[in-house]
Design a protein around this ligand. Structure first.
Ligand SMILES: NC(=O)C1=CN([C@@H]2O[C@H](COP(=O)(O)OP(=O)(O)OC[C@H]3O[C@@H](n4cnc5c(N)ncnc54)[C@H](O)[C@@H]3O)[C@@H](O)[C@H]2O)C=CC1
Ligand SMILES: CC(=O)C(=O)O
Ligand SMILES: [Mg+2]
Length: 603
């Protein structure tokens, strides 16, 4: 049962008032200490006297009832004292201390946790998401206190169909799944990669208002090839090399079958799989199950929106995108996803075939510029390999500096996972770019893996650049009142809306059309005035608003493709008849918002 409530702009971090859904009374079958130990129901000292009486809580709590607002203020006070007390300590120590205090609240009282997260998303996203989540994964075995999510391992083969019923929630809407094989730019972290699905799903709750009772972080532990972890006596995962080939795929197949048998309407987001499995599983499942790969498809949409923004920032019409020279550094799942989306966009804009519009793109991997001369070229990178006759003065394997000097690109975009690879020389070479406003996108995560820092980009490539990074950096003070704006080009601007829009449309698959709608929505979100100032993406403070817009765009695309089967009591016909504004309202109405709901019916 759902009631509508109206919240003020400040309580939701939104630019305008809008309605969202809060749960009505829920019936709790537990009693006494079991309720206090269940973070979903727990209100700590906030239980009103009637609930204490009727749920067997009398005497289990100190007598005074503390309001939600007071609890909130108390938590924020503790958080600020922690900030004060850790001043001067190394960043990693401070970040982990902040993660611990948030995680403890998450373990204890989910309503309060998600409320502080939503209201302080700008400050807390870097803790629960990138960059700190990377550090958490690296130290996971030591930080582990209580399990969160589900673990399916190679040893569970044949058991997954029954195991899936061990999850206590009746309904699951959103699953984020990893095999831990490529965690951010940190490589194979095995079972410790579970931190990523947890962080992504926290963003789902904060940004998309997915009900936290209906999320499920999942680790598929098929072993690890990380020798250090295999030798670590505290390592919590399987101590065996990663499964390969059919053995690997049979584990993923079994998991997918189990999930969709129990929850046919769930959505599975694949996250941080090494490239070969990222592409293979996407092809294998995308027409069969409701799933997408965030690193390939979410990142592509966010990068494309940013690339279109850089055209507008140059004061040029969007159609000029077809003339932009773009160097992509990193030929992995993310880099190739971006290139595929960019090629599709240019092909649409120019009316030429995809094969005919690749000249403006240059792809570099660990062995330098990829050309047709390359031996054993990865099939996924093949379409972007340069013909040497089209790149006069460049050679197979040309290094990044040579390529930048020769091509003079409008955009230099890094998805290599290699920190600092956009060094002083490379950044200085971008001063000779053919663009009046060269763009530098250092998209690798976490911060230490960014291709360059914001400060270096503005210092060496010039104050006139447009800059974006995958993890957050502070804006740069350029002196004389001028500010070098730092954008966060991160798939967090799209994946929550892709998931939410798909969920409330009731579509059973996620198509290119739905993903394209998401990217176009993000691309058109900023005003010309903002884009001229180098602001390509909205502030994370307005993440719920942008997610509602993206979700509605995804939903409308699903309707247009005749895929929307409806959700809850809203059928396909009603979805078809909704105006654009009504779809945004409908999506927003389906967002969960954390408030204490009554646990007993009023007499
Ligand atoms: N900002 C965002 O939203 C996102 C950022 N990423 C980041 O992108 C990075 C890469 O992710 P994936 O593509 O999935 O990884 P991947 O492992 O599939 O690909 C990495 C690519 O970088 C290349 N590379 C390695 N060393 C290089 C060097 N020295 N010079 C040039 N290229 C080099 C490799 O050859 C490979 O092609 C990670 O750091 C990840 O965190 C990924 C997805 C989204
Ligand atoms: C942001 C993200 O998905 C990544 O770095 O892998
Ligand atoms: Mg990822």
């Amino acid at each position: 049962m759902w009631r509508l409530a109206r919240f003020t702009a400040s309580s939701l971090g939104l630019s305008r008032r809008f309605s969202t859904a809060i749960p009505g009374p829920c019936i709790v079958h537990k009693r006494g200490a079991d309720i206090l130990h269940d973070p979903w129901f727990n209100k700590d000292t906030g239980f009103p006297l009637t609930e204490r009486d009727r749920l067997g809580l009398r005497g289990l709590l100190p007598p005074r009832v503390i309001s939600f607002e007071q609890q909130y203020a108390r938590f924020m006070e503790s958080y600020r004292s922690l900030e004060k007390n850790t001043q001067g300590q190394p960043d990693s120590v401070v970040s982990l201390a902040k993660w611990r205090i948030l995680n403890r609240l998450h373990d204890r009282n989910e309503t309060l946790y998600y409320r502080v997260l939503i209201d302080n998303i700008k400050n807390f996203a870097p803790i629960i998401y990138t960059p700190t989540v990377g550090l958490v994964c690296q130290n996971y075995s030591g930080l582990f206190r209580r399990p969160r999510g589900m673990y399916f391992s190679a040893k569970d083969k044949g058991e997954m169909m029954s195991m899936i019923y061990n999850w206590p929630s009746e309904q699951v809407d959103m699953i984020v799944l990893t095999d831990g094989s490529r965690i951010l730019g940190l490589g194979d972290l095995g079972v410790q990669g579970i931190g990523i699905p947890i962080g992504k799903l926290d963003m789902y709750v904060a940004a998309a208002g997915i009900n936290p009772q209906r999320i499920l972080p999942v680790m598929l532990d098929v072993g690890t090839n990380n020798q250090k972890l295999l030798e670590d006596r505290l390592y919590l995962g399987l101590r065996q090399p990663r499964l390969e080939g059919e053995e690997y795929l049979s584990i993923v197949d079994e998991f997918m079958e189990a999930v969709f048998t129990r929850w046919p309407k769930a959505i599975v987001q694949f996250e941080d799989f090494q490239m070969k499995w990222a592409f293979e599983t996407l092809q294998r499942y995308r027409k069969k199950f409701c799933m997408f790969n965030d690193d390939i498809q979410g990142t592509a949409g966010v990068a494309l929106a940013g690339l279109l923004g850089t055209v507008r920032a140059q004061g040029r019409p969007l159609s000029d995108f077809v003339h932009q020279k773009i160097v992509v550094v990193g030929a992995g799942s993310a880099g190739l996803g971006v290139l595929n989306a960019a090629v599709q966009a240019v092909s649409r804009m120019s009316g030429n075939s995809e094969a005919a519009v690749k000249n403006q793109f240059f792809l570099i991997d660990k062995d330098g510029l990829i050309t047709k001369e390359r031996k054993n070229i990865d099939p996924a990178a093949m379409p972007f390999a340069k013909d040497l006759k089209d790149v006069e003065g460049l050679r197979e394997g040309a290094n990044l500096l040579e390529v930048v000097k020769k091509v003079k690109p409008h955009v230099l975009l890094g998805l290599s996972g290699v920190g600092g690879i956009f060094n002083e020389e490379v950044l200085r070479a971008m001063r000779e770019s053919d663009s009046p406003k060269p763009a530098i996108f250092a998209m690798s995560n976490p911060t230490m893996n960014a291709e360059c820092t914001a400060a270096d980009a503005f210092k060496y490539a010039g104050e006139n650049i447009v800059f974006a990074s995958g993890s957050p950096f502070q804006n740069i003070d350029l002196g004389n009142g001028k500010v070098g704006h730092v954008n966060q080009a991160n798939n967090m601007y799209l994946f929550p809306g892709i998931g939410l829009g798909t969920l409330v449309s009731g579509a059973r698959i996620i198509t290119d059309g739905m993903l394209q709608a998401a990217a176009e929505c993000l691309a058109s979100y900023m005003t010309d005035e903002e884009v001229q100032r180098g602001i390509l993406y909205p502030s994370i403070d307005s993440i719920r608003h942008i997610t509602a817009e993206v979700g509605a765009a995804v939903l409308r695309a699903a309707v247009a493709e005749n895929l929307a089967e409806g959700h809850g009591d809203v059928g396909p016909k009603e979805l078809r008849n909704m105006s654009k504004e009504e779809t945004v309202h409908y999506v927003t109405r389906n967002m969960w918002f954390p408030v204490y709901s009554p646990l007993v019916h009023e007499k």
